[in-house]
Design a protein around this ligand. Structure first.
Ligand code: ADP
Ligand code: ASP
Ligand code: MG
Length: 418
């Protein structure tokens, strides 16, 4: 007898028939002698539909109200799932985030879970009833409805699994596991049987949306074994687990891409202490997350620019942020530019970040050089680079995304061997 959490993503609950299908799966898991807690996402496309309705009202809708709106998607599926289980003869009860409760901070649209009261879930399953929990949503100290960011049902599932001490958290999605790269854009992508939390964390943070980043953070922190698999088959998927020595030997495990960033350039800002600190603390005050940062060497600044900006030396500061945050960036950047005497502001939305990830990079030299060579052989210009111990990311023009991913994937020998 085990305690199993099953999370069903948008595609898996995308139609009434699919809801019936996964209801039967949850019941079968229970019939096999397990206690079952189900977490649901909204039906596929529903969250986008709701967010579009808000942006039809105004370009910058209030984030508290966005959450009140977006959370309704999961309310619908939680109730439908409970009804579907009951219709098949089982016992089920649905719960919203505030009914449990899933307590979060008040960072609307990207709230973090602070605590989960699992009492009602435990009472429910003790009576042989399947607890169905609406993912993606929580409640803050003041009782406001919050949401956990796009893909947040994964985090709801793993956090609830940690809170109730589940033996495993199964993430059911539209692919049958974590692949060496997105199987929807690379035919030679291969399913990975086991991957470490650290590598999964990098892949997720670099754009592999198969798991939300925070879900992997929580799984790693509490040691929750996560099994990513398909709701359309019984085939085993990918286990995301603690680091194992056998995982170390490969230099590159996966390739990820992210088209969701925008590049912002502050041209000709004053080159003196405190300027960069000022720019990024103002962005942080607005809860805008910044990814890559590049500051050009001041000695490169052309004379015309120096004279145009005044007696002091000038430099360019470039950063990337999420496209979702662009309206907020636009709201504050003018004021920041003025404060640091910038000569201009430029935006580029036509960018993508392609990244390679692997624990083995720690011990293999020359991985970066090989990555740059593969991209240059395809004629792809690299606009910015960032690295960590186990990843390298390059910014390229959007039109090269798929080409870059496939070239890197096959160049590092990750593809299916014929
Ligand atoms: P769900 O709605 O079930 O949460 P998502 O759309 O959020 O599903 O995540 C699944 C998708 O993640 C897949 O359809 C696939 O396109 C994408 N994906 C990106 N990178 C990977 C990868 N390395 N392995 C598997 N899927 C990936
Ligand atoms: N429905 C939410 C979204 O589309 C949460 C999720 O699916 O995990 O982002
Ligand atoms: Mg998802």
């Amino acid at each position: 007898m085990a305690l199993i959490v099953q999370k069903f993503g948008g595609t898996s609950v995308g139609t009434p028939d699919r809801i019936k299908n996964v209801a039967a799966r949850a019941l079968a898991t229970q019939a096999a002698g397990n206690d079952v807690v189900v977490i649901v996402s909204a039906m596929s496309g529903e969250t986008n539909r709701l967010l579009k309705l808000a942006s039809d009202m105004t370009s910058l809708p209030d984030s508290r109200e966005i959450d009140a709106l977006a959370a309704t998607g999961e309310q619908v599926t939680a109730a439908l799932m409970a009804i579907a289980i009951q219709a098949l003869g089982g016992k089920a009860r649905s719960f919203l985030g505030h009914q449990l409760k899933v307590l979060t901070d008040s960072a609307f649209t990207k709230a973090r879970i602070k605590a989960i009261d699992a009492t009602r879930v435990m009472e429910t399953i003790a009576s042989g009833t399947i607890a169905v929990v609406a993912g993606f949503q929580g409640v803050d100290e003041e009782g406001n409805i919050t949401t956990l960011g796009r893909g947040g049902s994964d985090t709801s599932a793993v956090a609830i699994a940690a809170a109730i001490g589940a033996a495993a958290c199964e993430i059911y999605t539209d692919v049958d596991g974590v692949y060496t790269t997105d199987p929807n854009i690379c035919k030679t992508a291969r399913k990975i049987e086991r991957i470490s939390y650290e590598e999964m964390l990098e892949l997720a943070s670099l754009g592999a949306k198969v798991l939300q980043i925070r879900s992997v953070e929580v799984a790693m922190k509490y040691g929750v074994p996560v099994h990513v698999r398909s709701s359309f088959s019984d085939a085993p998927g990918t286990w995301v687990v603690g680091e194992e020595s056998s995982l170390e030997s490969i230099s590159v495990t996966g390739v990820a891409y992210d088209k969701g960033e925008v590049r912002v350039m502050l041209v000709g800002v004053d080159d003196k202490p405190g300027v960069v600190a000022h720019i990024f603390s103002r962005l942080a005050d607005e809860n805008i997350s910044v990814d890559m940062i590049i500051q050009n060497a001041p000695s490169d600044a052309p004379m015309s620019r120096v004279s145009a900006g005044g007696p002091d030396s000038k430099t360019d500061v470039t950063f990337t942020a999420t496209k979702a945050d662009l309206p907020k960036v636009k709201q504050v950047i003018g004021e920041i530019a003025e404060q640091v005497s910038a000569l201009g502001i430029r935006y580029d939305e036509d960018i993508a970040k392609v990244s390679i990830v692997g624990l083995g990079m720690r011990s293999h030299a020359g991985v970066a050089a090989k990555m740059f060579k593969i991209l240059s052989d395809e004629g792809i210009n690299i606009q910015a680079i960032s690295t960590s111990e186990i990843k390298i990311s390059c910014l390229v023009a959007t039109k090269y995304t798929e080409l870059a991913v496939r070239a890197l994937h096959d160049g590092f020998g990750l593809g299916n061997k014929p």
